[in-house]
Design a protein. Sequence first.
Length: 435
Amino acid sequence: MIPRYTRPEMASIWEPQTRFKIWFEIEAHAADALAELGTIPREAAKTVWDKAKNATFDVARIDEIERETKHDVIAFLTHLAEIVGPEARFVHQGMTSSDVLDTCLNVQLTRAADLLLADLDKVLAALKKRAFEHKMTPTIGRSHGIHAEPVTFGLKLAFAYAEFSRAKERLIAARKEVATCAISGAVGTFAQIDPRVEEHVAKAMGLTPEPISTQVIPRDRHAMYFATLGVIASSVERLAVEIRHLQRTEVLEAEEFFSEGQKGSSAMPHKRNPVLSENLTGLSRMVRAYVTPALENVVLWHERDISHSSAERMIGPDATVTLDFALVRLAGLIDKLLVYPVNMQKNLDRLGGLVHSQRVLLALTQKGASREDAYKLVQRNAMPVWRGEGDFLQLLKKDAEVKKYLTDAEIEEQFDLGYHLKHVDTIFKRVFGEN
């Protein structure tokens, strides 16, 4: 985790103290279940809670023990015994380390997902607000980076809203898929521990029992979780790249908010750069980079190996922390985005009416011209305008072959900007529902 790109709410989920607190809760809830089943004394389970429930675990002490034992869970259990006393011998009865580690990881991932879902709500709220603000603000739509036909800036934002709505649905599903608990023993057979212990711990920790585990919870669940984060990161970058393009000097249809005292360049005082959007592109690349190790972690030897462990210690915190920061930054960027409708209109008019070429093409076919002939007629009048040699409307009016099919009034009719926007309300209702 890099402090520059880390919010404290997400970072706290991955702090050692939080991890050890979750480990303790897993062990203590398991002790309660074992006591209920008569496997360990009830007083022992009570003592575990009484002695350690409000304890602050000594991270340095646990690290010191681990340097000797070379085993993190044993180091924790040893430190826990120092706090609890003799009754600690009843802790971890019939369990294996992965029961604690995997259940804890899934608790952390579900908590991280909850924060990310809240972040997505912020992004969605900002997009909805600005989409309705610019619902009918005309701008040029581009394909291949080239002017195509008119759209509205509100539609651009509505597209992003729909995309992030899907992202939220996927993350809800990924959260549910990863929210499982395994307290099943050394190779998942429950030989040394009753399945009812797992059920008890799962309920207490807000998880569901893993239907079948080996020594570990199957990593396809985690792969889907991180893949979902990767897809969300791609959506972040798609919107960030759109803003970067729109802020280019020769376009300047939208621009990141530039605060008082902000500097754009150490050398050029005039610069106002899309630094937030560019930052989001970089952060998105990092989140996607964590998907590959998550996919490779699915492939473990037999009932378990630890090839996944080192990767997960990095990708768990880093992917969630990075995406959390990116989503919050994106929400703020959209909320404060500067929009320039006048420049949008200038760019719409830049090609001298060529954006209406399809309407003219279709009008000619409706009046009897073949599609091939209509295309040739429109294109031969469009190309001079493309080269800056005239006005599209006037050239069409002067073309004798075009005039065989369309009157001046009928040609002019094809240049109505409003025609392109007549279904904006329909699209908005599809995206946002009735408002």
